[in-house]
Design a protein around this ligand. Sequence first.
Ligand code: PPS
Length: 279
Amino acid sequence: MGPVKIVDAKGAGLTVYEWDNVYFPNWPWLKDAHLKALRTMPLREDDVFLCTYPKSGTHWAHEILDMLLTGKTDKHQLPTAPLAGMTMDYIEHELASPRIFNNHLYPKHMPEGATDKVKVVCVSRNPKDIAVSMYHFNKVSPEMGYDGEWSDFLPLFLEGKGIYNSWWEYTLQWWNAEKKNPNILWLTYEDMQEDCFHQIKRVDQFLDTGRTLDFMETVNKRCSFQSMTKSLQAQHTRFFRKGEVGDWKNWFTVAQNEEFDTFHQQKMKNSDFTVRFEL
Ligand SMILES: Nc1ncnc2c1ncn2[C@@H]1O[C@H](COP(=O)(O)OS(=O)(=O)O)[C@@H](OP(=O)(O)O)[C@H]1O
């Protein structure tokens, strides 16, 4: 397909790229052929997929996975691009194993067999905090180019009119398809904030990386928001904003919060989604 302009109630626009009924970021280098080719991408048995709805803590989790898998904590290895934004040549010839593929793909767009053959880490986050994080991201990202107001952005978020469509659609598709899959580790941003060391130990066990407690303590320190933001390169600054749980309280009005809760309950009413966060 191609670029699509989404317009809010006051006429402010947000540009996305539509392919197979999903909105991707409108990167000039994004190609339908690449998205299609991802389905048949050759896998290696030590590949790890990091699957998240955007703004769920992808960069944070990527750092943890990278340090545990490589055994190195000396420098921050921020991801170069999500899977959709890489070239097949880079994927196959330049990425050293074990490869970590952070991505926001729907299950139907994932490389075939990935969730059966290799390990997958999913991270969820309270959608209220995601909405706020996404609002700011859309405003500072040139490919999105949104200059609207929070009150006009929130309805777009609820309707799934933005990159990777609806949080509810994405979350329920993953949960319904994969909740019983032992190859998947489910994490939440909130649990990582509460006790990141514990979550690092879970990831170590899941990936069978066998790191020492001392090593994992270093990972914990190196992955803190303060540590990661201290050594940021300019191109990454937009991925790090506040790094907090509950910033939504500074943005939602009482009425917006009530509307959101009603919407959320309606969307989740038939679901047994149990990954923890408090709305
Ligand atoms: N180390 C660490 N600790 C706590 N929080 C962190 C950390 N690193 C990134 N962040 C926050 O995660 C939000 C960005 O999410 P993603 O990395 O998933 O963004 S993206 O989808 O890859 O664009 C974004 O959240 P907000 O601050 O709420 O906007 C980042 O600030």
